[in-house]
Ligand binder design. Structure first.
Ligand SMILES: Nc1ncnc2c1ncn2[C@@H]1O[C@H](COP(=O)(O)OP(=O)(O)OP(=O)(O)O)[C@@H](O)[C@H]1O
Ligand SMILES: [Mg+2]
Length: 345
């Protein structure tokens, strides 16, 4: 006898038209009734687009018909009226054609090395042969241009789009390019939404395998609304061992869950320190990230020790992965990048 879980599992093979994410992770399936060789699945779309509904129905039915023991397959796809759809939280999502995977990097709080991880992962994915973009959405403290060694402002092309400068093989765009250096910015909710939306849609990225998005630290409304504007394929959470043990990681996971963004896994940064004499010192404790990943049933993407070279690389504008990929510090990031790439398929 086939059960609800198996139906759900099978439906994970159905992608939302035009996206790399599946319909289960998008939270479309609302009801499954199975018994006596028949299954009925009810899905609710947030768009009024009839073609998308039709395709999802056809694809879902085709997959379910391959399951053994099912003689009758019914898939009902409900859609809102155009008026209802206009009120959907996804209506502000900016399509980003040509970009295969968009991944957000988040953390429960500041200073855990989120930006350091973002730049090094971007350089690592580029080092592994992918075309990579990095979008600095940290509206409170955009630090990516400095860490990537990019000065000045981006050019504007003939279509009035922002041209991302390329550094260490990574295309880069930062909200910092648009802000005044010395002016502190006070953001109010609607302003964040509007600015980011306009910003995100006005970048000429070209074709990318991966776009990494550095979110502002924390898991409040600003972060949440950013996750809704950018059509994310998944989220990575950066933590220190100490932060993980305080349950702050859970807030990050909850944020992604709220907007149906799949959690790709957890990276533990500042895991330990190796002294010049080769002694390993676990300054903030160790293993918190891994333990929390297990508790939260998500993937542990790897650990990055404290290395002076990592801090120096950030200060110089040459991330350690770009400066010397053979360094143990760079190897740690490269391992995480490989895990991430495998997760994204
Ligand atoms: N593994 C590491 N080894 C050594 N230094 C590190 C490591 N990770 C981060 N740092 C250093 O710690 C500082 C904070 O890192 P970073 O700016 O990446 O944190 P963040 O989480 O992005 O902070 P914010 O909340 O301000 O955005 C930087 O000076 C960085 O170079
Ligand atoms: Mg940062």
């Amino acid at each position: 006898m086939i059960n609800e879980e198996q139906i759900k599992e099978a439906l994970k093979a159905v992608k939302y038209p035009g996206y790399s994410r599946d319909i289960i992770s998008f939270g479309l399936v609302k009801d499954i009734a199975v018994g006596n060789g028949a299954v009925t699945v009810v899905m609710q779309l947030t768009t009024a687009n009839a073609d998308a509904a039709q395709q999802i129905r056809t694809d879902s039915e085709a997959i379910l018909r391959t399951l053994p023991g099912l003689n009758h397959v019914f898939v009902e796809v409900r859609q809102p009226t155009p008026q209802q759809a206009a009120a959907s939280p996804w209506k502000n999502q900016t399509k980003m054609p040509g970009i295969k995977r968009i991944v957000a990097v988040a953390s429960g709080k500041g200073g855990v090395g989120k930006s350091t991880t973002s730049v090094n992962l971007a350089c690592a994915l580029a080092h592994l042969g992918a075309s990579v973009g990095l979008l600095d959405c940290d509206i409170y403290g955009p630090s990516i241009p400095l860490m990537m060694g990019v000065k000045g402002r981006p050019n504007i092309d003939a279509n009035e789009k922002l041209v991302p400068p390329v550094s260490h093989g990574v295309k880069l765009m930062s909200i910092g390019f648009l802000l005044d250096d010395d002016q502190p910015v006070i953001w109010r909710g609607p302003m964040i939404q509007k600015t980011i939306q306009q910003f995100v849609s006005s970048v000429a990225w070209g074709d990318l395998d991966y776009l990494l998005v550095d979110l502002p630290p924390g898991t409040g409304d600003a972060q949440l609304s950013l996750c809704q504007i950018v059509p994310l394929d998944g989220g990575v959470i950066v933590t220190t061992p100490q932060e993980a043990s305080l349950g702050i990681v859970r807030k990050g996971i909850a944020m992604f869950e709220k907007v149906n963004v799949p959690i790709l896994g957890i990276v533990e940064n500042m895991s330990y320190y190796i002294t010049p004499t080769g002694q390993r010192v676990e300054i903030f404790g160790h293993g918190g990230g891994k333990a929390e990943a297990e508790r939260q049933k998500t993937t542990f993407l790897g650990e990055v020790p404290l290395f002076t070279e990592i801090r120096e690389g950030g200060d110089k504008g040459v991330p350690v992965v770009a400066g010397d990929p053979k360094q143990p510090a760079a190897q740690a990031f490269l391992k995480v990048a490989e895990m991430l790439r495998a997760k994204l398929g």
